[in-house]
Design a protein around this ligand. Structure first.
Ligand SMILES: Nc1nc2c(ncn2[C@@H]2O[C@H](COP(=O)(O)OP(=O)(O)OP(=O)(O)O)[C@@H](O)[C@H]2O)c(=O)[nH]1
Ligand SMILES: [Mg+2]
Length: 328
């Protein structure tokens, strides 16, 4: 199987048909998809990646919609990846919202894609990350990931996003408690949305007190809390300003770099394990049914067998490929 790389000469933010085609290929995870990803990678690294998470219905899509419009007004392009959307990427169940969302999706400089990761191990799938690379290579200035804060995905989002926004609503006082363990740590910025509702200032103080319990050092980034009423575009300018401030803070911060190194290492290990797994399966596990029956009958530990297979695999690898193996 080969891939005609000339196709990529037309690759740009406005060629949505080609973007959709390439993303579908990447989602299929076949051999061509790896060729494409390898080819595109040198064009990545320019998009600023924003993660937005929070409980269902907190207003994540509405905020995404508003910040997208803000970026567009600055002449920028935006790609949105909705990870496991609980409702279609629509701004909620209301038809009016859905129409408005479709509106921005129709614009030249906006691309919206939903990705399902449910059922895949490890939350945010490798696929969502690969898709972000495709969109980055296409030339989008901003990539926004929307995830619902109820699983592993939102914790993973913090690793891949340059800036992570945790969205809460005034009524989510209890939710703040519930989410302390996970969401509090990953937020670079907090948003209390729906501030047109009562209880907003109470929610603000309660979140502020929870944050004060954390011991930030003077050089640490201290997550600001921004009050918004996204539906009326209130607080969005402040939110975008804070995103820019965080971006600036991270541009030369060793902790941010350390996180990126950790995440990239993790990503490489995931790719290696997937490649090894694929190879094991294509070689039919290089193990006989008799050996597997030994495991079933309790005579051979699956751990011992796995170690033996791995060790055979490694010695094969070393024998077959002792050239070109220096990594820099
Ligand atoms: N009153 C009020 N309602 C809002 C505000 N922002 C969003 N909403 C409404 O809240 C509902 C949910 O908004 P969404 O933007 O879909 O929320 P979401 O967090 O993306 O929802 P899921 O993706 O389903 O988890 C919609 O009906 C919005 O119109 C706001 O600032 N004030
Ligand atoms: Mg949504």
């Amino acid at each position: 199987m080969t891939f005609d790389s000339n196709i990529l000469s037309n690759f740009s933010t406005t060629n949505k048909r080609l973007i959709a085609r390439i993303i579908s290929t990447v989602e299929s995870g076949n051999e061509i998809s790896i060729q494409i990803l390898k080819l595109l990678y040198s064009k990545t690294g320019n998009a600023f990646r924003i993660g937005i998470t929070g409980p269902p219905g907190a207003g994540k899509s509405t905020i995404t919609n508003q910040i997208t419009k803000h970026f567009l007004s600055l002449g920028k392009s935006v790609a949105i990846i909705a990870v496991d959307p609980t409702s279609p990427f629509s701004g909620g169940a209301l038809l009016g919202d859905r129409v408005r969302m479709n509106d921005i999706g129709m614009l030249d400089n906006v691309y919206i894609r939903s990705v399902a990761t449910r059922g895949s191990l490890g939350g945010l799938s490798q696929k969502a990350i690969d898709i972000a690379d495709v969109l980055d290579a296409a030339g989008f200035d901003y990539i926004i990931f929307e995830t619902v804060g109820v699983g592993q995905s939102e914790l993973d989002i913090a690793k891949i996003a340059h800036t992570t926004i945790v969205t809460l609503v005034p009524e989510s006082g209890d939710a703040i408690q519930a989410m302390k363990a996970g969401l509090m740590e990953i937020a670079d910025l907090f948003v209390i949305n729906k501030c047109d509702r009562p209880e907003a200032s109470k929610a603000f103080s309660s979140l502020q007190s929870s944050l004060q319990l954390r011991n930030f050092s003077s050089s640490d980034w201290q997550p600001p809390i921004i009050k918004t009423s996204a539906i009326s575009n209130i607080g969005i300018t402040e939110l975008v300003k804070s995103i820019f401030e965080h971006r600036k803070y991270c541009s030369n911060n060793p902790n941010c770099l350390k996180n990126r190194i950790e995440y990239t290492k993790e990503r490489i290990i995931t790719i290696i394990s997937e490649l090894v797994k694929k190879e094991m399966f294509t070689n039919n596990l290089v193990v006989t049914n008799e050996t597997i029956e030994e495991v079933i009958s309790g005579n051979l530990s699956p751990y011992i067998l796995a170690e033996q297979i791995l060790s055979n695999y490694k010695s094969n690898f070393i024998n077959n490929d002792n050239s070109n193996n220096s990594l820099h």
